[in-house]
Write a protein that binds this ligand. Sequence first.
Ligand code: KG4
Ligand code: ZN
Length: 332
Amino acid sequence: MIILAIESSCDETAVAIVRDKTDVLSTVVSSQIDVHSKYGGVVPEIASRMHIENITVVLEEALKRANISIQAVDAIAVTQGPGLVGCLHVGVQAAKTLAWYYQKPLIPVHHLAGHIYANALVDEIEYPLLALVVSGGHTELVYLSKEYDFKVLGSTQDDAIGEAFDKVARVVGLPYPGGVAIDKLSKEGKPRYKLPTVKTDNPLDFSFSGIKSAVLQLRDRENKAGRELVIPDLAYAFQHNVIEQLISKVKLAIDLYHPKHVVLAGGVAANSYLRQRMKEEFINRDDIKLTIPPLSCCTDNATMIAIAGNIAYMHGITADLSIGADPGMDIC
Ligand code: KG4
Ligand code: ZN
């Protein structure tokens, strides 16, 4: 089975052609990061316009690299949501057009299902599965008792963790994407500043806006006192705070749900301290298989949508041409 998948939920226009679940014939990602970094974050209107400009070029390039004609493709998968509506719309319209014109089945895919199943590229997925999905738009603990059966155990009550990294970076003058800058600087940082621990009603939920405010207050306090804010130390304090929050919730979810396999997913999975702490906590446990995907699988791409799309198709999930982009799509 050959699937052509399209991903356009945020600032990457991506197309992949994947055979039999994980045999990647081609994967092309056109990133807009250079354009958005000037504004300190993704500008939705610019992102959707750039998807329109890029989509056919990326599509042609993916077919060229796979060295196949579109007639040889068995189905078209697409990220239906969640994400930025104008961005999703471009991918969904392209997928619907291809499905209609070439008479191929259309498979709608949830963006997080893609992030989770990106791990299938490096490891066999076992169930029950616990996924920690952390990105610029998501912070979720997702439990799968069996294949393609998703239950959200906890999610953020306010900002996504990547968003918090990006906002904190911006207020202290670091470049976008803030996660990369904070991760790098925190390696030179020392434990000088203390930031508060946040409590949530559901212990498996997350919250990051309080820490963001605490960083702002700390910056203003230091300014008022005439002291220079030591940015590497702040990066260290922030990174340790939010990553330890993730680790404690993963531990709790493991205690409550006893998964056999734990996977990391999403752009923030690139964070070096998160990767280190996940290994320290879980790699030597006999009852758990831990997969920490390579960075190339963590950021947005269409390979992950093709893999999830293939599994979805096996479960009989297809859509007709009446579907539209679903920016608030639920995974279950
Ligand atoms: O998954 P992704 O590429 O796009 C979304 O779907 O959001 O994630 C992008 C996010 C950004 O917020 C970026 O700051 C964050 O991932 N990020 C990191 C690191 N690298 C990227 N956050 C923390 N540490 C990193 N090393
Ligand atoms: Zn993503």
